[in-house]
Design a protein around this ligand. Structure first.
Ligand SMILES: O=c1[nH]c(=O)c2[nH]c(=O)[nH]c2[nH]1
Length: 300
């Protein structure tokens, strides 16, 4: 009996790519997850550690980003065909390519009845939540939402931060701002028509995200909370958690391509996590307030 190498393939899985078409005031977003895999004569890499036939997975990833800049993405089928044919034509020992693409849907945020030029939300995934606590005579209703993914393709700056030895982040006056909103708000009473109130808070959060020219996610968060409290007087406080879903401009200069804010790499981690409570300064601090987590570090 001999041990032999069976079918094999290799590629880059889940290349997260966002392409923004800024050629008009109304921006268009394409959000893709691209996976490539090559088949061919790679026996020596597996059997001998000879990499002379390996088109690196890193190069495959770079090709995805470069093609998105050079040719656009268009329909995902066309983008996949272009990539697949390119890989198979690149070296004689590469015989096959499998290109898998998932496209994430985005909808325009509607502000005052009109679709916004550059603010989007992602359908699906969003949940409406509530936590009701009955503690003897005291009852509290904390309502909220989770999984509300929103993105602005412009109208966001971030600069003016101090620089220490470890600060490398470049200042920017135009960046993509994207987050997944989790919000929980506490009502002052229980005798309410919760459906319409939920709609008003949600609308305040989403339209404020779209409309505020952001100087930091912290500022956007505060303005969203402020808008929610302004929209619904029965809300005493709102706690908001917003991960900063970073979009990094891909450096395409090694391939002789510029990238004027078009093609972005979207790593899903790590992410900044911005959290704050926004409240009325006269909000009751009664026992029906959401309980803080017990501090396990302090002595009993
Ligand atoms: O809006 C932001 N707030 C931060 O605190 C921060 N930190 C960072 O690296 N980028 C950003 N963006």
């Amino acid at each position: 009996m001999a041990i032999v190498l069976g079918p094999n393939q290799f590629g880059k899985a889940e290349v997260r790519l966002v392409r923004i078409d800024r050629s008009r005031t109304v921006h268009h977003i394409t959000d893709l997850n691209v996976s490539t895999a090559l088949r061919g004569d790679f026996d020596d890499a597996h059997l001998l550690g000879d990499n002379s036939h390996i088109l690196t997975t890193d190069a495959q990833k770079n090709t995805v980003y470069a093609f998105a800049r050079e040719y656009g993405t268009g329909q995902i089928e066309d983008f996949a065909l272009r990539l697949g044919r390119h890989f198979v034509g690149s070296f004689p020992w590469i015989h096959g390519a499998r290109v898998e693409i998932e496209q994430f849907a985005w909808e325009r945020i509607v502000v005052d009845g009109s679709p916004h030029d550059h603010a989007f939300s992602q359908p699906g995934g969003e949940r409406r939540t509530t936590v009701v606590t009955v503690d003897g005579p005291s009852v509290s209703v904390v309502s909220g939402l989770a999984g509300l993914v929103v993105l602005k393709s412009t109208g966001s700056e971030f600069h003016g931060f101090p620089r220490d030895r470890y600060t490398t982040l470049a200042e920017t006056t135009d960046r993509i701002l994207a987050t997944e909103v989790t919000a929980q708000w506490r009502y002052v009473t229980t005798d309410l028509d919760f459906g319409p109130l939920f709609g008003r808070v949600r609308d305040a959060l989403v339209t404020t995200f779209a409309q505020v020219h952001s100087l930091a996610l912290q500022q956007t968060l505060y303005r969203m909370g402020e808008a929610a409290l302004t929209a619904v007087e029965q809300v005493a406080e709102i706690r908001i958690s917003m991960p900063n879903k970073h979009h990094f401009l891909v450096d395409l200069s090694p391939f002789g391509l510029d990238n004027p804010d078009i093609v972005y790499q979207v790593p899903d981690r790590p992410y900044g996590l911005i959290e704050a409570t926004v409240l009325r300064d006269d909000a009751p601090t009664a026992s029906d307030r959401p309980q803080a987590r017990p501090d396990t570090t302090s002595a009993p």
